[in-house]
Design a protein around this ligand. Structure first.
Ligand SMILES: Nc1nc2c(ncn2[C@@H]2O[C@H](COP(=O)(O)OP(=O)(O)OP(=O)(O)O)[C@@H](O)[C@H]2O)c(=O)[nH]1
Ligand SMILES: [Mg+2]
Length: 1160
């Protein structure tokens, strides 16, 4: 009783245990999967009571299954049975009951024969009996007509019955033998040749000698493994196996002297393995395998490779190790898709340069050869992840090896067991990272050519994408939104002895102001444009203006033109555009040359005049001096012309990289066309030392210390340099600046004191200020604020001043650059730098901007003026000239386009003449005393137009403003000597009368003063009957005061006539009215002033303030009188008339005239 209970308990326990491995897949499907090794040699019998669909019993050391009542045969619903890796050698007869079984896996057991019960399982689709000890396949195999997969591999089969052919559905058949003892199939069995659905056939490790004709019946065969057979004959019928993609013949052809011809007829073949045979050659017929991707001929006796091999354009994987190859022939680069090439353990003493064009290569195995060198260009194989060069005879490796970036990540560079000297073997043995660092250092001192290369051109021309193509060797287009911000600097080393510092400028116009800091005549300039954007009308915008910018700043510079986006243009289009560009470049250059020569000849002619020749050098004449200066400047320009490019490189930076290779070759030639200049050891040492200097900016004194220490250390004299340490250092710095390694401006005494030993610092400083997103990015942080003496409230005010008006207070600048930790000196030098290059201007502190009065200095950045026209413009400057007001106006027209940044610079110069400015992007409204000034720029298809207008009652002052601004722009335009412009004075008469199309006088009129004793003329050609005051056309001559009152009389009279003059006292007491009065008064004005009540002291003050300007003195006296009296206007008038009519003054006529004119 107890026994039974116990056994029941243990049974229910083991049943519970077993159930944990039971799963139900949801649709009532029961699966029992007992994990490996759970039981050893047994399984609970309860198992046979389950209703199982699938049963998995792997590696449980099972010897057999029970027979009798509770046996395998009870699991009749079972569809899958797997008992891999046990010790089974038989199955119970009852297993035949499991007729629903479709999948049976008994691999890795001890069966010596296929159990008879299996042949009853006619629903079997997959039968896996691999790795047993089965010798025979009985005829009954033919019963299993539903079989699709049959694995009998790894047994000891001696013969295969023909009945196998009845299993017509088989598509995977494994009949491979064992390495030892070798199985005995001598030919491909007939039963196999009858399986028309066969896709995958493994017959490896048999003793097959023939592939019979019947093999051709296997039309669906894709993969065939015949490894380790003894083939002597392959039927030509194999070519009917058109789907065959993979054939493994490893060691199977040792009895063949040649690869059987039939193999090369397999047109669809993708993988062919011929490893381990004895071939000395690959037949040229290999070219028939047009789709081949993977070819292994490892461990043969190959002596050479046929050219035809390289016609296999799809080849990705080529394994040729352990042969007798002596070289890689030219042509291998035709294998564009090759990613793996193994040539280890051959006899190679050299490899053809052409290997360097196999750009897809990821693994290149060249170990165990006799190589004494590797091509320099191997460093172009940018995709390499594995490169073995160990066990060769290398004495040096290419110094640019570190360009193989991926090797750094994978560490897959092998150089052991060579005789390396450069770099030393010991360094190479240390691994990839130390080696790469060493190479970089070594190149700095070894480079023979150092150049700066500048990429310049319009916004989105393709500069950065071009730079990427050059630097990376493959396409990397920038994204739509990516713009270069100010500029970027990159080191490019296309060859180990050539170091190129690339400066890639952002094309945005705000940044173009910064270009000039970096352009140097020694640099090579790449002028980049986009072919798709070019049309015959925008030459200047895309090319001409940029060409000028280079020539202006870097006279004599080498210029190369590159058009990008060639992938988007037809050849015809490119040719047409190129012709047009070249023609225009040369035409414009020739025009400039002719003009220059003409100008020089003109000045020369002037100098050649006898009287000029006489006086030259004797008396100081500013005109002659100025002309002399001009001529020297022009001669210099003439002598330092850059050669215009003769060609335009058309390139695509997109994936196809069309034209890039040719462009790069041409570019390198140009970059190296100067004399070789290796860096002397001491200079190199100096460069490395300053590059390690920790501060952001290197002061001159510090540089000098470093330099003299090095020279002393190396025991070098400076005689051969400049003599003194200062001069020598100057030479070194100049050279390093011209090669782009550092930035240094020696021409300016203040700037000379700092060296930008890391040019990035300067770039970053410029970027800190010149940022389009200043408003969002620069915010207040307490800690920085206190360092820059800024409170949060003041920061806000100053920031607004900068964003809205372009005014940068010193404190804000300091705050913006706080991260650079600049000393006061360095900061002020940076300011000088920006001033020197016209990036900003210092403004006078003005009471009109009280928030900035306390700043030590204020800078104006016209590039940051707001876009919108101010609201107040309409009221402050009504479209019609107000009554009793003069208006003078001139226009400056640039037929194509104004010079870059001209308006901004002009705007800044204006600072000297006016106050109360309101600035916006395209205009300025300003004031001087009571005169107002409006400057506006407009653009249309005819070009750029700048209009300068002044309004007020003080005509001499208005003329003063006109002349001051005109002189400014004439001075500014000297920077662009070839710019075409037209200057016109707009007819004041037409303006004041409100005529629609005012007449325009030629700008030359501004060079003259008003003719003497001519007050009224009919000069306006639109209205020839109208008499107009002469002083509307020619400026009043400040040196000739006698006439002024007459001219003013004419001017004020004109005002009165042409407008509805304001009558009565108001009219007379207005500025214009008093000017009218003044124009009728002469030298007796002092007497009149005294009579009107001005003191002698006041009169003298007026005389001092306006020396030699009688008219001005009179009007000032009259307005002073008017403004000082605290009586009614009527009383003022009556006082004035009384004085005129007094006996002492005796100007009764004037009094009458005034009465009549103003209706008094
Ligand atoms: N299809 C094609 N697109 C190009 C090519 N070169 C440049 N691009 C595209 O043109 C746009 C501008 O290219 P970038 O290289 O950024 O031009 P950039 O001159 O550096 O522009 P900025 O730095 O803003 O002055 C990007 O969208 C690029 O992807 C080319 O050769 N072919
Ligand atoms: Mg760019």
């Amino acid at each position: 009783m107890t026994d039974t209970t116990e056994s029941m308990t243990s049974e229910s326990q083991s049943s519970e245990n077993l159930r944990q491995y039971l799963t139900d897949n949801g649709d009532g499907h029961q699966i029992l999967s007992i994990p490996e090794g759970t039981y050893k040699g047994w399984i609970p019998r309860i198992l046979y009571t389950f209703e199982l669909d699938e049963l998995r019993l792997p590696f449980l050391k099972l010897l057999s299954f029970p027979v009798g009542g509770t046996a395998l045969g009870t699991l009749t619903k079972m569809k899958l049975f797997e008992a891999v890796g046990n010790y089974l050698h038989r199955l119970p007869v009852s297993f035949a009951e499991c007729t629903q079984l479709a999948y049976l896996n008994l691999e890795f057991n001890h069966f010596t024969a296929i159990p008879a019960s299996i042949f009853e399982l006619v629903n079997l689709e997959v039968l896996l009996l691999g790795d047993n000890e089965i010798e025979e396949i009985p005829l009954e195999i033919g019963n299993l007509v539903n079989l699709r997969v049959l694995n009998l591999g790894g047994n000891c089969l001696t013969n295969i019955p023909e009945e196998l052919a009845q299993c017509k559905k088989i598509h995977h058949l494994n009949l491979c033998g064992k390495l030892y003892p070798r199985a005995g199939l001598q030919t491909v069995p007939k039963g196999v040749c009858g399986l028309g659905e066969l896709v995958d056939l493994d017959l490896s490790w048999q003793s097959i000698q023939t592939i019979p004709d019947g093999f051709g019946y296997l039309r669906k065969l894709e993969s065939l493994n015949l490894k380790g057979n003894h083939l002597v004959y392959v039927s030509m019928f194999i070519q009917y196996c058109k789907k065959l993609e993979t054939v493994n013949l490893t060691g199977a052809l040792r009895y063949c002297s040649m690869v059987p011809e039939a193999i090369f007829m397999l047109e669809g073949l993708k993988n062919l393995n011929l490893t381990g045979n004895f071939f000395t050659e690959i037949p040229s017929e290999v070219c028939g395998l047009r789709k081949l991707r993977k070819l292994s001929i490892q461990r043969n006796a190959l002596l050479r490779l046929p050219e035809e091999l390289f016609s296999l354009e799809h080849l990705e994987y080529l394994e040729l190790g352990e042969n007798y190859l002596e070289t890689i022939p030219n042509g291998i680069s035709k294998l564009k898709n090759l990613t793996y090439l193994n040539l280890e353990q051959n006899q190679m003493s050299s490899i053809h340069e052409d290997i360097c064009n196999c750009r897809s290569l990821q693994s290149l195995l060249l170990g165990f050869n006799k190589l004494d060198s590797v091509p320099e260009r191997i460093c172009q194989l940018g995709n390499l992840r594995y490169l073995s060069l160990d066990n060769n005879k290398l004495t040096e490796i290419p110094l640019l090896m570190d360009r193989l970036e991926h090797l750094r990540e994978t560490g897959g560079l092998y150089l052991y067991n060579n005789s390396l000297k450069k770099p030393p073997q010991a360094i190479c043995n240390q691994g990839v990272i130390p080696l790469f660092l060493f190479l970089k250092e070594m190149r700095i001192s070894a480079a023979k050519h150092r150049r700066k290369m500048i990429l310049i051109g319009a916004v989105r021309a393709g500069k950065t994408s071009l730079r990427n193509a050059l630097l990376l060797g493959h396409s990397q287009l920038t994204a739509e939104h990516e713009r270069t911000w100010v500029l970027e600097r990159h080191l490019w080393e296309p060859e180990s002895d050539l170091r190129v510092q690339i400066l890639d400028f952002g094309g945005h116009h705000i940044y173009s102001a910064a270009h000039q800091m970096f352009l140097t005549p020694e640099a090579l300039h790449l002028l980049v444009f986009d072919y798709t954007k070019y049309n015959m009308d925008n030459y200047d915008l895309l090319i001409g203006d940029w060409l000028d910018a280079i020539i202006d700043r870097a006279p004599g510079a080498t210029i190369i033109a590159v058009g990008t986006h060639a992938d988007l243009c037809s050849n015809e289009d490119i040719n047409d555009k190129t012709d047009d560009i070249i023609r225009k470049m040369h035409r414009e250059e020739n025009t400039k040359l002719t003009k220059l020569k003409q100008e020089i000849a003109k000045i020369q002619m002037f100098f050649d005049q006898p009287e000029v020749r006489e006086s030259r050098g004797k008396i100081r004449d500013t005109k002659i001096e100025r002309l002399q200066e001009k001529m020297t400047h022009m001669q210099k320009m003439l002598n330092t012309r850059s050669l215009m490019p003769e060609t335009v490189y058309a390139v695509s930076c997109a994936d196809d990289l069309t034209g890039i290779e040719e462009f790069q070759e041409g570019l390198i030639l140009r970059l190296k066309d100067s004399e070789e200049k290796p860096l002397p050891d001491s200079w190199h040492k100096f460069l490395s030392e300053i590059q390690n200097y920790p501060e952001k900016i290197l002061p001159w004194d510090k540089a000098l210390n470093i330099f003299t220490d090095i020279m002393a250390d190396m025991n070098q004299s400076m005689i051969s340099l400049g003599g003194s340490p200062e001069l020598s250092l100057g030479m070194v710095l100049k050279y390093l600046h011209s090669t782009g390694e550092i930035v240094w401006f020696p021409d300016n005494n203040k700037l000379k004191n700092i060296v930008f030993h890391r040019p990035e610092t300067l770039i970053e400083m410029l970027r800190a200020v010149f940022r389009h997103d200043f408003e969002e990015v620069v915010n207040f942080v307490e800690e920085h604020g206190s360092q820059a003496d800024l409170s949060s409230a003041r920061f806000d005010i100053l920031k607004q001043d900068f964003i809205k008006k372009g005014l940068m207070a010193y404190e804000l600048l300091k705050y913006t650059l706080i991260h650079f930790e600049l000393s006061t000196d360095a900061l002020s030098t940076f300011v000088s730098l920006m001033l020197k290059f016209d990036l900003c201007y210092e403004v006078q502190k003005s009471s009109s901007n009280p928030s900035l009065v306390s700043s030590p200095c204020v800078l104006l950045f016209p590039w940051f003026f707001p876009e919108e026209v101010p609201e107040s413009l309409k009221t402050k400057w009504p479209s019609q000239t107000p009554p009793n007001t003069f208006e003078l106006r001139y226009c400056l027209k640039f037929p194509n386009k104004g010079p870059p940044n001209f308006f901004e610079k002009f705007s800044v110069k204006l600072q000297n003449h006016v106050s109360d400015r309101i600035n916006w992007k395209s205009g300025i409204l300003a004031r001087k005393n009571l005169s107002q000034m409006l400057i506006q720029r407009t653009q249309d298809e005819d070009g750029d137009l700048i209009t300068v207008s002044v309004r007020g009652t003080d005509l001499p002052e208005l003329w003063g403003l006109i002349m001051a601004t005109r002189n400014d722009f004439i001075l500014l335009l000297q920077e662009w000597p070839f710019i075409r412009f037209k200057l016109n004075l707009v007819c004041t008469h037409c303006i004041l009368r409100g005529y629609d199309n005012p007449y325009q006088f030629d700008g030359e009129v501004l060079e003259m003063t008003v003719p003497r004793a001519t007050y009224w003329e009919n000069w306006c050609r639109n209205y020839e009957n109208d008499l107009i005051p002469a002083c509307f056309v020619y400026r009043l001559d400040p040196d000739y005061q006698d006439d002024i009152s007459k001219h003013m009389q004419a001017a004020t009279e004109f005002l009165q006539k042409s407008m509805d003059a304001v009558d009565g006292v108001l009219g007379l007491l207005s500025d214009a009215g008093l000017m009218f009065v003044a124009s009728h008064i002469g030298f007796d004005w002092t007497l009149i002033s005294l009579s009107l009540g001005l003191t002698q002291a006041q009169i003298e003050q007026i005389q001092i303030s306006h020396p030699h300007q009688a008219f001005h003195q009179i009007t000032t006296a009259l307005t002073t009188w008017r403004d000082a009296r605290d009586v009614s206007d009527d009383e003022k008038i009556s006082q004035l008339l009384t004085v005129f009519e007094s006996e002492e003054i005796g100007k009764i006529e004037l009094a009458d005239l005034l009465r009549e004119r103003y209706g008094l």
